[in-house]
Ligand binder design. Sequence first.
Ligand code: DGL
Length: 278
Amino acid sequence: MKIAIYDSGIGGLNLLLEAALRLPDAEFLFYGDTEHVPYGEKTPEEIVSYADEALQFCVNHRAEAVVIACNTATSMAGEYLRKRYDLPIIGMEPAAKAALDCGEDKRVLVIATQITVEGEKLQRLIGRFDARHLVDTRALPGLVRLAEQGDFADGPVLSYLEETLGDYDFSNCGFLVLGCTHFNYFKDSLRAFLPEYVRFFDGNAGTAKQLMRKVGRDPEEQADRHIPVEDTVMQQEILKDILHRTTFYASGELLCGEAWEERGRILLSRLIRMREIR
Ligand code: DGL
């Protein structure tokens, strides 16, 4: 079975990791649209056309299902793509409902790209499930840029968080929803920035489970796998296996060679560590 994972850039590696852990016999095509990232700063029409091109590429390369590992592309192009292509397309949306379902009277802060925050899809989701008006939203486009530059050092990230969230009142906030797949790269700095009682939510595991359902697998077949931070042997095995089963493309151009392998390894290793941060 061949599954395509598509994002504007490196955020989609979260879904590749999550899907590869759950589908050990699948082969993956990873499409990062690095020529057009960041999507969050493009027009809806531009995003639809980039997403169309990416989907056509995945179909031409015989993908049997596609995960849009991008909240922004799902919000702008998800419905259009589902009508146009005849294969399972699994999208993502900020996990605000999961946070609200905890049933606590705490505020839920959703961080995402400007387009996702303003998009009709998220507004509809909030309108439908947030009867108690607990959800706040903020756009953090700078984190997408830092991720694509590979700038994960605490210094610039913390100053950016201070600049964008410094005025937010976290005293009543219980949940931070990572509504953009690029943001998971910064869970260490976010953890340092946030009060310890604020819990993270993201759509990665939920989307991987939805993928399993769509390809006829039982999502409970593979439980959420814990990868201990200190178990570097296990981490290396997982990395090796994912790199072996995946063909990577940057906007349609094949990524190969030692330089890319090294970059892929660094990014996925980081995500394996971030995944364990609660
Ligand atoms: N990773 C994408 C998301 O989940 C978007 C980042 C961007 O290209 O602006 O929304």
